[in-house]
Write a protein that binds this ligand. Structure first.
Ligand code: ZN
Ligand code: ZN
Length: 99
């Protein structure tokens, strides 16, 4: 997904696109648009995101939540229980932020 900042009616807005279905989201900040897209992906594309999360190339070296060493594809952190499917969606969304 590609996120861009732009000015709309004098306010800075962030725009992002779901990389799975290309739906566009806008919000007042990058964090807010990331939250919206991640929420949408969890509701609409959970199975797709789960498959991507479990691809070896997408594995987390460390848990983004607690920092525990992972190093293999997992859907849940064995240390803190963080949902790594959601964490993967969040990381991917942020990785494409522009502007
Ligand atoms: Zn979508
Ligand atoms: Zn963890």
């Amino acid at each position: 997904m590609h996120i861009q900042m732009y000015v709309y009616n004098g306010d800075t807005m962030a725009e992002g696109i779901c990389y799975i279905c290309n739906q566009t989201y806008t919000a007042a900040s990058k964090d807010a648009v990331v939250d919206q897209i991640v929420e949408h992906m969890m509701a609409q594309h959970w199975g797709h995101v789960r498959r991507d999360t479990l691809e070896t190339k997408n594995k987390f070296d460390k848990c983004p939540n607690c920092g525990a060493t992972l190093g293999k594809p997992l859907v849940k952190c064995p240390n803190c229980g963080a949902d790594l499917i959601e964490q993967f969606a969040r990381k991917t969304t942020k990785g494409y932020i522009k502007g």
